[in-house]
Design a protein around this ligand. Structure first.
Ligand SMILES: Cc1cc2nc3c(=O)[nH]c(=O)nc-3n(C[C@H](O)[C@H](O)[C@H](O)COP(=O)(O)OP(=O)(O)OC[C@H]3O[C@@H](n4cnc5c(N)ncnc54)[C@H](O)[C@@H]3O)c2cc1C
Length: 316
């Protein structure tokens, strides 16, 4: 098969772009190197344009993302692919009178927080990024587009060179998308790794927050019957969750949230956010890149996929 498009990287950005391209009838080849530390697999999946302080074009892109998710999830549900998600807003908890005065709104807390001075709910929600990626990969496989495990080493207009399970390869396609997250430097893209660590805790049913909640330096959200607690932000490639990260997250959960006092650890997660400037564009003839989504790649993925279709000249 000659591919109409090769997508390099199957994090949320590459997987959603590949899905949208395939749905429009293009023959897509989706390649992923299975890098340890892929951001999507550790991600919280908050869809929170306002608490993240986004503005201008990025805010517009984020709002489009937030708006698109219910439709995308319904479409996947129609294929029998259920993804955990919620859209009842994100609550920001003020920990100082100053913060509370700045907002002017005093709302009841949706979840007990020590030291809370007030709260305000913004439009938003969450989606489980790992499950969403898995659902997209299944939908792609059902459209004869299985994920291929391969490391791409070099690209040039019309051609991708790499190494897969059967050795070195060189493949042709008129459109190539680089959606390689924090690993973009290899292709000359300006992006750097910003490690995020997070915990998933389990406790009694009431320990699960009803919606995502920002309080101070961290946040909580529901995760498969437990609670996702995030997240650190640490420059560099150092792999894993280290003691500093563990301690920060455990102290945060323990000190701020009385309902988490007896909670147990289910999982410690880490991933490399692709940090730097958001870039979605053409870098050479027929070679496109989508990197630099930082803390908001899940939120920005629907807009990114739409933009990629436009850039590639594919009918929406
Ligand atoms: C702890 C944490 C919490 C987060 N919380 C949120 C949140 O609440 N809301 C939100 O919107 N975002 C959040 N983010 C950010 C979001 O997860 C990322 O912006 C997003 O996942 C980036 O997706 P991506 O597809 O660009 O990168 P990735 O998910 O890192 O995927 C890149 C893929 O490219 C592959 N790859 C790399 N190099 C090659 C190569 N040479 N050849 C082939 N394949 C290659 C890798 O194997 C990988 O699978 C969070 C991130 C972290 C780490």
């Amino acid at each position: 098969m000659k591919a109409d498009a090769i997508v390099v990287g199957a994090g949320i950005i590459g997987a959603l772009a590949a899905y949208e391209l395939r749905k429009r009838g293009l023959n897509v080849l989706l390649l992923d190197a299975g890098k340890e530390g892929a951001a999507t697999l550790a991600s919280a999946g908050m869809l929170a344009p306002y608490p993240e302080g986004l503005s201008g074009e990025v805010l517009e892109a984020a709002l489009l993302g937030l708006e698109s998710y219910p439709g995308l999830l319904a479409e996947l549900r129609g294929l029998d692919l259920e993804v955990e998600a919620g859209f009842s807003g994100t609550q920001v908890v003020a920990l100082s009178h100053g913060e509370q005065e700045a907002w002017g709104a005093g709302e009841p807390l949706s979840y007990p927080v020590r030291g809370a001075r007030g709260a305000r709910t913004f439009p938003g929600g969450y989606v489980h990024p790992g499950r969403l990626r898995e659902a997209l990969l299944r939908a792609l496989a059902a459209m004869d587009t299985p994920l291929v495990l391969a490391e791409v080493e070099r690209v040039e207009p019309g051609r991708v060179h790499g190494r897969g399970e059967e050795g070195a390869f060189s493949l042709e396609a008129p459109r190539i998308l680089l959606a390689v997250g924090a690993w973009g430097g290899r292709f000359g893209l300006r992006v750097r790794p910003l490690k995020g660590e997070a915990l998933v805790l389990v406790g009694p049913p009431e320990a699960q927050p009803p919606q995502p909640l920002f309080a101070g330096e961290g946040y909580l959200l529901p995760r498969e019957g437990g609670v996702y607690v995030g997240a650190t932000g640490r420059e560099g490639w150092a792999p894993g969750v280290d003691l500093f990260g563990l301690r920060w997250l455990a102290d945060y959960a323990h000190e701020r949230f009385p309902l988490l006092e007896g909670a147990r650890l289910r999982e410690a997660l880490w991933g490399l956010r692709p940090a730097g400037e958001l870039f979605v564009g053409e870098v050479q003839e027929g070679i496109y890149a989508a990197v630099g989504h930082g803390r908001n790649g899940v939120l920005l993925a629907p807009w990114t996929a739409k933009r990629i279709l436009e850039l590639m000249g594919v009918e929406p």
